[in-house]
Each structure stands twice: as C-alpha cells, then as structure tokens.
Design a protein around this ligand. Structure first.
Ligand code: PLP
Length: 409
C-alpha cells in the first residue's frame, strides 16, 4: 500500500510526509493523507492510540513517549450550563485533564513520535503558551531539545512551566503574533529544523484522537454540533478530520457540524464564517483576555472557511464581558477553564438564541485549557474571599454560616 503523504487542502498538491515546512508552497494548510483509511478497522488495545492505529500515519504508537494524554472524560455540563446555553443535555469533553492541562498534549505526542521516527533531536515551536508548555513536557519525556518562541503577553504560569520542563524560551517583544509566527516558520528549511505550529499536519493527526474518543464515548452517536475555541485552526481541523475518516471507513453515518468560537476582539475566522466568506479578515493590534486565541490572521485558515461553507459550520465571537461571564458560569458548574475556552459558552448561547442551534440538538463543547494557566484573569472576578485575624475566627465563621447564600454575586 502507498504510505502516508501530505496534501494541500484546497488544491490537492502532494508533498512527502517527511516535509519540514508545515504549509504548502502556496501557503495552504497541509493534511496527512492516510491511504487505505476506508478499510481501517479498530483493533483491540487498552489505549486509543492502539485501537485506532490503522487510522494513523506513523510506524508505531510509541507508548514510551506518552505522558498519559487523552482518554479525557465526556461529562454532562449540568443544569446551570444547560439552562444558560439553552441546550438540553450539553456535553463537555474535558481536555483540561491532559498532562499539561490542555488538548495541545494530543498534538505534542504526535510531534514527539514524528521526531523519534525521523531521528530528530531538536524542535522549535511558536506559541502563546499552551503549545510551548506541552511541547516542553513531551520533549522532556522524549529527550528532545525544545525551543519556544513566545509573544511577551504569554501568561507567567505557562512560561515558567515550560522553562521548568527544560525548554529554552525566547520571549519576543512588541511583535504581532502572526508576523512573528510567519518569520519563525520561515526559518525551517534554511535551518533544516522542524518548527511546529498550532496548524501543522502532524499535530492535527494527534487531534483526530479526540474525535475517535467521542465516537467511542457516544457509542457511535454523532453529535449535531461540536464547539471548538479556535485560533491557529489545528484543533478544529483535527476533530473534523477524525470524523471524516470514520465516515470514510463506514463507522459513522454522517459528520458533525463544527462551531468555531473566537473572541469578538479577534475574530478573523468567526467573522468570515458568519458572513459566508472565503476570505479571512485579518485582525491586528487587538487586546483580549482570551490570549490562547490570538492568531489574528491564521496561516492556511482559508481551508476552514471552505469547509465551513461546504459542511454548514457555524461560528461566533464572544465579547470580553461575555468571556468573563462564561468563565464564571463554567466555574460555578465545577469547571475552571481559561478565558480562551470560555468563549465557547457565550458563542453557543448566542447561536441558540438566534435559532441556528435547537434546544434538543446534541452539542459537545471541547474544554480546551485549564483556568489554572492564567490566574491574573481569575482575579478579575468578584470573589468571596475573607481575611480574618485568629482571634475573630469564631465570630467570622458564625456570621458567614448564617448568610443565606455562599454566592458572591
Ligand atoms: C491552542 C488553544 C486553542 C486554539 O486551538 P488551535 O488549534 O490553535 O485553533 C484553544 N484553546 C486553548 C486553551 C488553546 O491552548
């Protein structure tokens, strides 16, 4: 059988699987073509990477490189969030339970496997934080040197974590993130170095596993909508590619529709999708608390607009106030997510209000990253925190216990 190769997503130009550059020469996103995927079947195995091995382009599943990523819970959102979103039986795929507390670990294991199978010893990445933190951890596991290029607004929690894992961190001051990303990615062929970004084709293969897990957890039922907070586009591409391959293999009868959630302050994709456009509207010089979603002009993003039109995807942008409100509601329902992730609830609520999504639709939201990764933003909420001298303890406890509600709002 022909082995895996790369294919540009709009014009179908083929490249070797081992290509170092993450994009086609014309700038399009690349995806891995896995020949024979129509005949792929599940194998027995304790790990999803073993069960779905026939869907993957690698030589092996490399359990020795795993930090225990994936196998994340799919849980009911609960009455508070069902009511806020206006959807019955809303489901949350809790990706904050990955080893570095974001879904990025699913892509990092794929990058780690690629490096191991190619005998590469150094990798570089451009990140607003989570990808760098994740690659740093997987590099530590694999014995791979990791360089991370960051914008200077990346949260301290993420920067310190990746540096503790042993990565070399380069903070780039005053840069537009997209500009910085294009410059760093441009060094790849000159330096003969694999530089990985959030939309790389190998990383996207790892994200497919989230779709495969949903397929198993929902016993084959296909969600009507999957809401994904989106920046570089790799995650939403990966989940959808996973479902397309399940469809090709005859394991599901149809595809879910994806919902692209962004911050209104930086909504190059959501804006275009809402208008039914094939052209990205680049954003520059914006500020948003959703710092994980700061690709203002995502390279290769036109593919997403194309898919959105072809497959009826939805999209929306959440205001800064809505992001904070959604973060608070998630937390009150027991889920502490980072601001970028919180865009999802506000976007779902407005698509529900507009009638694009119905109350009875089966909706899954991917909770992409943990709130612990950005405590500065958490401090902006109204919080019920009291300071008390030891001598006043009894009086304080008594008065608080009598209070009707423990809610700060
Ligand atoms: C990276 C990231 C996203 C965006 O994913 P892309 O693949 O870049 O579109 C969303 N949420 C969190 C928490 C992230 O770290």
């Amino acid at each position: 059988m022909k082995s895996a190769y790369l294919r540009s997503t709009l014009t179908g130009i083929e490249y070797p699987f081992a290509r170092l550059e993450e994009f086609a020469d014309n700038g399009e996103s690349l995806e891995v073509a896995v020949p024979g995927v129509e005949g792929a079947r599940l194998r027995p195995g304790a790990r999803a990477w073993d069960r779905f091995a026939e869907f993957m382009p690698f030589e092996g599943a490399h359990p020795e490189l795993s930090l225990g990523e994936g196998a994340t819970p799919l849980v009911g959102a609960g009455p508070l969030l069902d009511e806020y979103a206006g959807v019955d039986g809303l489901l949350l795929k809790n990706e904050t339970m990955n080893p570095t507390w974001s879904f990025k670990d699913r892509g990092s294991i794929a990058c780690s496997i690629m490096a191991a199978e190619r005998g590469e010893s150094l990798t570089a990445t451009i990140s607003t934080g989570n990808m760098g933190q994740s690659m740093a951890a997987y590099g530590a596991r694999a014995g791979l040197r990791v360089l991370v290029f960051l914008p200077d607004y990346a949260p301290r929690e993420k920067i310190l974590a990746m540096a503790v894992h042993g990565a070399t961190v380069i903070r780039v001051g005053g840069a537009d993130y997209t500009d910085m990303k294009t410059r760093v990615l441009g060094l790849s062929s000159r330096l003969g170095l694999r530089i990985v970004s959030g939309n790389g084709p190998v990383r996207v293969e790892g994200y497919k596993m989230e779709a495969f897990e949903l397929f198993e957890q929902l016993a084959g039922e296909v969600p009507d909508f999957i809401v994904v907070p989106t920046s570089a586009c790799g995650h939403v591409r990966g989940i959808f590619k996973g479902y397309r391959e399940l469809l090709a293999a005859g394991l599901v009868p149809r595809l879910p529709r994806m919902v692209v959630a962004q911050a209104a302050a930086n909504s190059p994709l959501a804006g275009a999708i809402a208008r039914g456009s094939r052209r990205i509207t680049p954003f520059k010089n914006f500020t948003t608390i959703a710092e994980a979603l700061t690709s203002g002009n995502p390279p290769g993003g036109e593919e997403l607009l194309d898919k959105a039109l072809e497959f009826g995807w939805l999209a929306g942008g959440a205001s800064e106030a809505e992001i904070l409100e959604s973060q608070r509601l998630y937390a009150r329902a027991g889920f502490f997510v980072e601001p970028g992730t919180a865009t999802t609830l506000a976007v779902l609520r407005s698509l529900r209000a507009s009638g694009a999504i119905k109350r009875g639709d089966r909706v899954v939201i991917s909770l992409t990253g943990s709130g612990m990764k950005d405590m500065e933003v958490a401090g902006r909420h109204e919080l019920d925190i009291h300071d008390c001298a030891i001598g006043d303890l009894e009086r304080e406890v008594e008065s608080l216990a009598r209070r009707k509600s423990v809610s700060a709002s």
